[in-house]
Design a protein around this ligand. Structure first.
Ligand SMILES: Nc1nc2c(ncn2[C@@H]2O[C@H](COP(=O)(O)OP(=O)(O)OP(=O)(O)O)[C@@H](O)[C@H]2O)c(=O)[nH]1
Length: 290
């Protein structure tokens, strides 16, 4: 899948080139670089932190070193080393959670693993329907209930069913109504506790789905979720549809949590493991041109 991250950065690169021009360069003046990084939606404070350490004329290699430091966070790889391996997917509505769950299910299927889905976003009927459609397309079992029923119960039943059927991976969708933090907190905490009751090692991973088109403004959202349940990793969706790719630097810098995957399109295949080197290389290509 190499090359997909770079390709999905096209809009971000275009935005950068609007500032620096399209011709190939050996070095970039610091103030122009500053402007370009802000244009790519790297948070202003972080841009200042990067720029402060650089000379007046900045080479590609020198900048690369500075950008690499930002991604100095825990490893973003995980192994399915338990059965069932339970992954809780959290994030606000519309972030791309349902699609991401389908993409993850497909990825695990490709690796020869069996998958079950849990529709624990019981708040919206549409969420249950949408996930059910994906379950049908992917031909995987799904545990669901009627709208308004207890999401923790769905979580329990999904894990219990995975255990009973010897399924490798359980992917559980959750609701994400951020406007009411107390409710969200109670609901997510309950889901996590009940998951543990169903299987003591669960949830193995809690992954936050962020809408990449929101750029740096998604950081506060991520912080709230991290405070509420503690996030293991981030999945950024719609990277292909945004000129705000630079926000990934801000997100990682602020949260110190690794990005596991990025969504690079709407199809089930369009999920790639995040490769920080390819990402940085993509941004540098925008700045210094290929
Ligand atoms: N271009 C692009 N579109 C995406 C990507 N991921 C999701 N989408 C689209 O974004 C829209 C919202 O995605 P959903 O998965 O329905 O959103 P959601 O977060 O599940 O919504 P809730 O169920 O409310 O949480 C859909 O039209 C998806 O096709 C991506 O990586 N790239």
């Amino acid at each position: 899948m190499f090359g997909f991250i770079k390709k999905s950065l096209q809009k971000t690169k275009d935005a950068i080139k609007e500032v620096v021009g399209i011709e190939k360069k050996e070095k970039l003046p610091r103030d122009l670089l500053e402007e370009a990084l802000i244009e790519a939606d790297i948070d202003y404070d972080l841009v200042e932190k990067i720029i402060d350490k650089l000379p007046n004329e900045v080479s590609k290699d020198r900048l690369k070193k500075e950008l690499e430091k930002i991604f100095d966070v825990p490893e973003n790889k995980f192994e399915i080393n338990d059965k069932p391996y339970v992954i809780l997917i959290i994030g606000v509505n519309g972030a791309g959670k349902t699609t991401t769950i389908a993409k993850l299910a497909y990825k695990f299927q490709q690796e020869g693993k069996s998958v079950i889905l849990g529709a624990a976003d019981t708040f919206r009927a549409a969420a249950i329907e949408q996930l059910s459609k994906w379950a049908e397309i992917l031909d995987v079992p799904i545990i669901k209930t009627r709208q308004g029923h207890d999401p923790a119960a769905v979580t329990y039943d999904t894990i219990a069913s995975a255990k009973a059927k010897g399924i490798d991976v359980a992917l559980i969708d959750t609701a994400g109504r951020l406007h009411n933090k107390v409710n969200l907190q109670n609901e997510l905490k309950k889901i996590v506790n009940v998951a543990k009751k169903a299987y003591v090692n669960a949830p193995h991973k809690i992954l936050l789905v962020i809408d990449g088109t929101q750029g740096s403004s998604a950081i506060n959202q991520a912080k709230v979720f991290n405070e509420v349940v503690g996030i293991d990793g981030i999945i950024v969706t719609k990277l292909d549809g945004t000129a705000k790719g630079g926000s990934l630097f801000s997100i990682v810098n602020e949260l110190k949590i690794p990005i596991y995957y990025v969504g690079v399109g709407e199809k089930k295949e369009d999920l790639v493991e995040f490769d920080k080197n390819e990402f940085i290389e993509g941004i540098l290509e925008g700045l210094y041109s290929e």
